[in-house]
Design a protein around this ligand. Structure first.
Ligand SMILES: Cc1cc2nc3c(=O)[nH]c(=O)nc-3n(C[C@H](O)[C@H](O)[C@H](O)COP(=O)(O)OP(=O)(O)OC[C@H]3O[C@@H](n4cnc5c(N)ncnc54)[C@H](O)[C@@H]3O)c2cc1C
Length: 372
């Protein structure tokens, strides 16, 4: 059976699911996407799409590789001391190319437009479950709490990491399509900020260590006054941003090891369903885009669907483990209490160039070359 003979059902119309639908439709399959929400979720805030994610978007025909009006081009990452806003160091854009800062809804919109141009069908308000769908292939892109993963790899359940993310979009007076991300490092907390939509909005993600909040989701509203109180240690520009926040969302970060088993029979996991990650490397969506390209390539290269799914897992699992592991490590790196924080900052100061080189394997990955 070739890929063009396949009737594929993708479960989940998030970044991963829509990217997978595009990859398989491009390869010739007939694709239907089932989504439990009533419409495309225009939720979320900023996403950093690094060079590896951008290469996948080009391969999917979503963008052409040049500048894009929906993306702010990164000039690097600046690390600042949280209390005073003092500049600590700057990491230049990776050798693989600059990162894009995008609103999640804008990225999803571009993916959906491309999928629709390839005749992918979308059905909403369908809560799919293992056993309830007939298809030649089911791609389970149903997120970190995947039902399919529970069905094929029941060795772990998500656990609360003790990190809570506050997310806000603040009206901003930025100019132009380029900017740096700023990481402000505090005591048991850090704040990442970067502009979106031509600098008209500032995306703020503030992470704190805490044990009394465990609710997940893009839509959970937080209390701005509580946000300001909890992050009162932050000064400088980021302190002003926090003070100007009138609406904020809150998300308890959960983790779960990368799945041991990614496929069974004709079902396969993709994106957060296979490898949820803490956001500290900003790679979850990028990994999902890479998965989609590699899955499309393995299915195109083989007439044996199950062998293609096994090859997909073999090509993706170690990379996902390595990137997720790096994100886990950054959780403590940004939050050291003084005087250790100063030590960490000194290492960053002395080693920014070396750090950038050490991360080249993350950003230099090209999913289009994965299948020999
Ligand atoms: C605070 C934060 C910041 C982040 N920042 C970045 C970043 O800068 N860069 C980056 O690359 N990544 C980032 N990420 C990670 C990124 O958002 C996720 O990894 C990515 O969105 C996962 O996409 P997905 O499609 O796999 O899953 P999801 O986005 O979770 O999509 C799953 C979809 O499946 C649907 N669904 C679930 N169950 C069913 C069912 N039974 N039937 C039908 N539909 C179903 C859901 O409604 C949903 O639409 C961040 C994450 C967080 C929390």
């Amino acid at each position: 059976m070739t890929v063009s003979d396949l009737n594929v059902v993708v479960v989940g119309a998030g970044i991963g699911g829509v990217a997978a639908a595009i990859a398989l439709a491009q390869a010739g399959a007939t694709v239907r996407v089932l989504e439990r929400a009533a419409k495309f979720e225009d939720v979320g805030a900023g996403l950093q799409i690094s060079a590896n994610g951008r290469k996948a978007l080009v391969a999917l025909g979503v963008v052409d590789g040049g500048a894009h009006p929906a993306a702010t081009l990164s000039t690097g990452t600046v690390f600042r001391d949280g209390a005073k806003g003092r500049h600590v160091t700057q990491i230049p854009p990776p050798a693989a190319g600059p990162t894009w800062y995008m609103h999640r809804a804008d990225l999803l919109g571009l993916l959906v437009k491309r999928a629709q141009a390839l005749s992918v069908a979308f059905e909403f308000e369908v809560i799919a479950a293992p056993g309830s769908i007939q298809a030649d292939l089911i791609v389970a892109a149903d997120g970190a709490r995947s039902h399919w993963r529970a069905d094929m790899d029941c060795e772990s359940t998500p656990y609360f990491t003790g990190h809570v993310a506050w997310r806000a979009l603040i009206p901003w007076n930025g100019q132009g399509g380029t900017a740096s991300a700023v990481v402000s490092m505090g005591r048991a907390a850090h704040v990442v900020s970067y502009p979106l939509r031509g600098g008209s909005v500032m995306n703020v993600v503030a992470i704190e260590e805490r044990t009394d909040w465990t609710q997940e989701g893009w839509r959970v509203a937080g209390d701005p006054t509580e946000f300001q109180d909890r992050f009162s240690q932050f000064g400088g520009v980021v302190g002003n941003m926090i003070a100007e926040t009138h609406e904020v969302n809150i998300w308890a970060l959960h983790a779960r090891p990368v799945a041991q088993r990614w496929s069974r029979d004709r079902s396969v996991l993709l994106g957060d369903a296979a490898h949820p990650t803490l956001p500290f490397m900003a790679q979850g969506a990028c990994l999902a885009l890479e998965d989609a390209v590699v899955l499309g390539a393995t299915l195109s290269a083989s007439r044996d669907v199950e062998a293609a799914l096994a090859q997909y897992q073999a090509l993706r699992q170690d990379r996902a483990r390595q990137v997720v592991g790096l994100a886990d490590g950054n959780a403590w790196r940004f939050h050291l209490a003084k005087p250790l924080a100063w030590g960490a900052q000194a290492v960053l100061t002395l080693g920014a160039g070396a750090l950038a080189r050490r991360l080249e394997w993350v950003y230099g990955y090209d999913a289009t070359l994965a299948v020999p």
